[in-house]
Design a protein around this ligand. Structure first.
Ligand code: SF4
Length: 302
């Protein structure tokens, strides 16, 4: 039996392992129940260049999340559950529409609580003659055991290293174990995919990309994560350094989360990318970000 399905009677899809019976429709810590919920989908041009390509990344934003970040800009659907229920056939229809539209890949954002349903929908659409590379777009808060079940299915991991201090992870995302969990997860992703491989069109076919969102007052943690990456993985892993943090949701009332990172903080992280010798990746310009963070990227090669 698919290990992702066998876990549903006592859900352990994410490191919370809260054990609710999703087959009976019970909702877990993340709020996910027995039917997939999708907030929106479409061709997305704001991801890293090898993911967006020229025709866009076929992105599906799933409702619910296994973290509860106090600064989450997506909180209406990640934490408050906005979105609509779709069954396997409905999700397969979404995937088909993205393929027919010409998107380069299927990009699943926060897929973890919905993996068995996504996999079933994918099987339907592949039988229907549509196949695109799969991008697994995650906060990095993943169980290695679950990632192993995705080996050979996922083509590109787009993952985060958000914190290097457990206290920060607890305060920011209610996940004190995030640092160890996300680092172990990244090593497994890297084991599966290795470095970024692109086709003649420059679009990713395979690989792992690590995002580092610079948080206010916590630039040193992003630097520590870069140092860990250089040591544990190597400087050939593509890194994507992001300046787009803007206070939102509960962060508006909680210092230092209620401000943007300063240009000096951001510059320290960019300097570390150069000092450590990362050979591939992107650095977002430090500027006043667009209110719509989904189109806020302006990247230049490292
Ligand atoms: S995915 Fe949701 S329901 Fe499943 S273990 Fe994690 S928090 Fe619990």
């Amino acid at each position: 039996m698919n290990p992702l399905v066998s876990s549903l009677a006592r859900c352990g899809l994410c490191p919370r392992e809260c054990g609710v019976n999703r087959q009976q429709g019970k909702r877990g810590w993340c709020g996910a129940g027995g039917v997939t919920e999708v907030y929106r989908y479409g061709a997305h041009h704001g991801e890293e260049p090898p993911v967006s390509g020229t025709r866009g990344s076929g992105t599906v934003f799933f409702s619910r999340c296994t973290l509860k970040c106090l600064y989450c800009q997506n909180y209406p659907w990640s934490q408050e559950g906005q979105g609509r229920e779709v069954d396997e056939i409905g999700l397969a229809a979404i995937l088909k529409s993205l393929a027919v539209e010409g998107c380069h890949n299927w990009n699943f954002v926060s897929p973890t609580p919905w993996l068995p349903w996504i996999h079933a929908a994918w099987e339907c659409v592949v039988k229907d003659g549509h196949a695109l590379p799969i991008v697994y777009n995650t906060s990095g808060f993943e169980r290695v055991e679950v990632l192993r079940a995705l080996d050979g299915w996922v083509n590109v991991y787009l993952t985060d290293l958000r914190y290097s201090e457990p206290d920060s992870a607890k305060e920011g995302s209610r996940a004190a174990d995030y640092v160890d969990v996300a680092r172990r997860a990244l090593l497994e992703m890297w084991r599966q995919t290795g470095p970024l491989e692109t086709g003649g069109d420059g679009v990713a076919r395979r690989g792992t990309i690590c995002r580092l969102l610079v948080l206010p007052g916590r630039a040193d943690e992003a630097v520590a994560n870069l140092e860990w990456l250089a040591e544990a993985v190597g400087t050939e892993i593509p890194v994507s350094v992001m300046a787009q943090y803007t206070p939102a949701y509960q962060a508006l009332q909680a210092a230092p989360w209620n401000r943007r990172p300063t240009a000096e903080e951001y510059g320290r992280v960019v300097e570390a990318v150069e000092r450590l010798g990362f050979s591939e990746g992107w650095v977002q310009e430090y500027e006043t970000p667009s209110p719509d963070s989904l189109v806020g990227f302006k990247m230049s090669p490292v």
